[in-house]
Design a protein around this ligand. Sequence first.
Ligand code: NDP
Ligand code: MG
Ligand code: MG
Length: 341
Amino acid sequence: ESNVYYDEDADGEAIAQKTVAVLGYGSQGHAHAQNLSDSGVDVVVGLREDSSSWEVAESDGLDVATPAEAAAEADIVSVLLPDTVQASVYEDAIKPNLEAGDTLQFAHGFNIHYNQIQPPEDVDVTMIAPKSPGHIVRRNYENDQGTPGLLAVYQNATGEAQDEALAYAAAIGCTRAGVVETTFQEETETDLFGEQAVLCGGIASLIKQGYETLVEAGYSPEMAYFECMNEMKLIVDLMYEGGLGAMWDSVSHTAEYGGLTRGDEIIDDQVRANMEEVLEGVQNGTFAREWISENQAGRPSYTQLHNAEKNHEIEAVGEELRGLFAWEDEEEESEESAEVT
Ligand code: NDP
Ligand code: MG
Ligand code: MG
């Protein structure tokens, strides 16, 4: 059983007198910086001089400096840069500016867990990882709602790492919803496994295989797209709202019987064995090493795969159909009106 922390467990005093350098102003960076600042915490955003986000952060009312300047000024350095650049920015801009008792704060454990960043022993190393894209973290905060998150302490040099991390989580709105305690290892390994096996990799391959099976059997690409891609969202929404039960309850009994009997024939013992292999590659560092050297080589395989995926037939079919039907626009409108009321 994991510990879960809420607002009443956090004491804002633990960061009230501190300066937080938020490095990066992307998905997570803009949300953490603005939420911290609105919570009364002293924030400086760290960006490259030629960053197009520099003016954006300033117009959001925040102080901006280079990563090195921001790190020098700060007690807490929140590393919200792409995972693939964190190690080099750490060496160049953060490490020379870390003082004993400072905190390195992350939103994902990759670089610490796989030893790409090896912090000195006299700093705290913590993680507050919202389980949501940054714009949702910001929107929830503005609507007095919270975003669930994870908390981990990798290194506790000051003895205050946990209290400070909880105060940080409170200031970005996570303790309003609940913050689950974990470790850098567990967060990193489950995150990588989830996105590879189930969420991003697994689901995209399931959709493509289903689509190709129907099209190769002579069915129309439009029908295959609707069945295998478009309806996916409707099914996942039901699961999100009420678990598998809500999904099974709202589909027909025919769909329920067919799904319950055939699902495990599709995702069978072989797929399970494949998943275990993928997990092993995450656990033993094979995936991390591969991805780090892929980046060092200028991403040749990534680029090829990225482009091939874009050129899959289902993408062209989907684009055309989404243009013909207005469901996306309607949905955004109804989401917005739901928020206002
Ligand atoms: P983004 O890619 O959205 O943000 C990138 C930001 O970093 C930009 O402001 C960019 O500015 C800046 N940046 C990029 N390269 C450099 C560099 N070399 N030097 C200085 N600044 C640079 O990142 P995310 O918010 O997606 O990810 C940040 C962290 O949060 C990661 O650890 C990620 O795993 C984690 N995370 C992300 C989630 C998400 O939903 N996105 C969810 C939970 C955790 P510019 O290029 O203009 O200089
Ligand atoms: Mg991830
Ligand atoms: Mg149907």
